[in-house]
Ligand binder design. Structure first.
Ligand code: PLP
Length: 441
């Protein structure tokens, strides 16, 4: 079986997938060209069915902060299996208590947490909790943000400039759905404003009964768009002024920025936060947490106020053990010190190369997450990217790197993710390949 798979070209495997999987790939966001079929991941490398090795900067959409099949995480998972932990579905257990304690100790704004399987579940719960707390229905989201796949948040992450029109402030943008099947009544309750635009947030808060503002603290699904000084605290202050909740979606920034999340880096405390991805280094866990009085609604003595949170597989012992092992590893300051060191080696090398080749670029970074924009302006919002970034060059650049064994997700502006497993040699190979690419295009 293994030998047969190794000899099978991608096209045949993709064709077979199309016979059984709707769309030919599980999770349609993974449907990209080139259609490489990967079968193995170890440390900083991934391998396709032909055995070709790639240095991986996609990291499965960012969870692999420590690298693929990290031994300490695998050991923790194997230990859970060997000791016959199981999913009891009744009452609490020491494993989930330990995870909850570690999360509350690591992230200053978390007074209480609940666990989910995915980031999307966590954002859905956060919105419902905010609606229950405020008894209001409207929500504010950011243009260029991604918060999962459910109805309230499934807007186009990277719409065309013609679709959204030029920058409006103070004002809002239309909800351009990224899926059909979303009721108009849902869209009417969602207000989309630009990132780094406090005036528009206040405009919506003044004019509508807003339950919450939900945003990534750094936009990391259109590359890396950082908050301007004072913006995040400004959001929290505005929400407090108008009686709404400020929710940070740290599914991508959480743990990648620091163990305390980007909120710890920025020194701010949102009312609620959600986490995912790097929290369990590739195992499926989402987290929702925040202020005790709000989180207490999940078990309100008044059934009319109680907010439902449930899930057969939540805090599965395998994922829980993986998350505990991830946090325990990251508590050692040497872990982040290495990730920072190796990230800076790449950033310095890329900067030198783009300068040497006279390429108009902007390297945007947040700790081990990065994106090269092919334009000079540091983007403050989606408009800056749509107006200035060279999307065509970005596409060619990514595909040329992939051909040379450096795997970036082949869609312009998608975040690159560096892991603890990346070595100096990996970075130097990456830079040598980048040099070849820049020479050739
Ligand atoms: C910022 C952000 N929020 C939420 C999600 C949804 O998480 P999941 O894919 O685990 O449902 C993602 C996924 O990419 C994300 O990047």
């Amino acid at each position: 079986m293994m030998i047969k798979e190794k000899l099978t070209p991608f096209t045949e495997i993709n064709r077979e997938a199309g016979h059984y999987i709707a769309g030919g790939v599980v999770s349609i966001n993974r449907k990209v060209s080139p259609q490489i079929v990967f079968i193995k991941g170890k440390g900083s490398k991934i391998y396709d069915v032909t055995g070709k090795e790639y240095i991986d900067y996609h990291a499965g959409f960012a969870p692999y902060l420590l690298g693929h099949n990290f031994k300490k995480i695998n050991d923790a998972v194997l230990e859970v299996i060997k000791s016959e932990w199981s999913l009891m579905g009744s009452g609490t257990n020491p494993l989930e208590i330990k995870l909850a304690r570690l999360l509350c100790e690591s992230i200053p704004s978390l007074e209480l947490v609940q666990i989910t399987n995915t980031g999307s579940e966590a954002t859905a719960h956060a919105i419902r909790l905010a609606r229950a707390w405020t008894k209001r229905d409207d929500i504010i989201l950011t243009l260029g943000g991604y918060n999962g796949w459910h109805n309230e948040v499934a807007r186009h992450v990277m719409p065309d400039l013609e679709e959204i029109g030029s920058r409006v402030s103070a004002g809002e943008y239309p909800f351009i759905a990224s899926s059909s099947g979303i009721p108009e009544s849902t869209k009417e309750k969602v207000h989309i404003v630009n990132f780094n635009d406090l005036e528009s947030v206040e405009y919506v808060l003044k004019n509508y009964p807003v339950a919450c503002l939900l945003t990534e603290p750094v936009l990391q699904n259109i590359g890396i768009v950082s908050p301007k000084p004072g913006y995040l605290q400004g959001l929290i202050d505005l929400c407090e002024k108008y009686g709404a909740l400020c929710i940070f979606d740290e599914v991508k920034t959480g743990f990648r920025s620091a163990l305390g999340g980007y909120q710890a880096v920025a020194g701010v405390k949102p009312h609620l936060s959600v986490f995912g991805k790097a929290v369990a280094n590739g195992y499926p866990i989402g987290v929702i947490g925040g202020k005790k009085e709000i989180m207490d609604l999940f078990d309100s003595p008044d059934p009319a106020k109680r907010v439902l949170i449930a899930g057969t597989y939540t805090a599965h012992p395998i994922n829980t053990a993986a998350s505990i092992a991830t946090i325990e590893f990251l508590k050692n300051p040497k872990a982040y010190a290495w990730i920072d060191k190796i990230s800076n080696r790449l950033y310095k090398g890329l900067t030198n190369l783009f300068n040497e080749f006279g390429i108009s670029f902007n390297l945007s970074t947040n700790a081990s997450s990065f994106c090269v924009y092919f334009c000079e302006k540091t983007p403050d919002d989606l408009h800056d990217i749509l107006e200035n970034h060279d999307f065509k060059f970005d596409s060619i650049y990514r595909k040329a790197l992939i051909e040379r064994g450096i795997y970036h997700f082949p869609i312009p502006c998608k975040q690159g993710s560096i892991s603890y497993a990346h070595s100096e040699e990996d970075i130097d190979i990456t830079l040598a390949a980048t040099r070849e690419v820049l020479k050739s295009i």
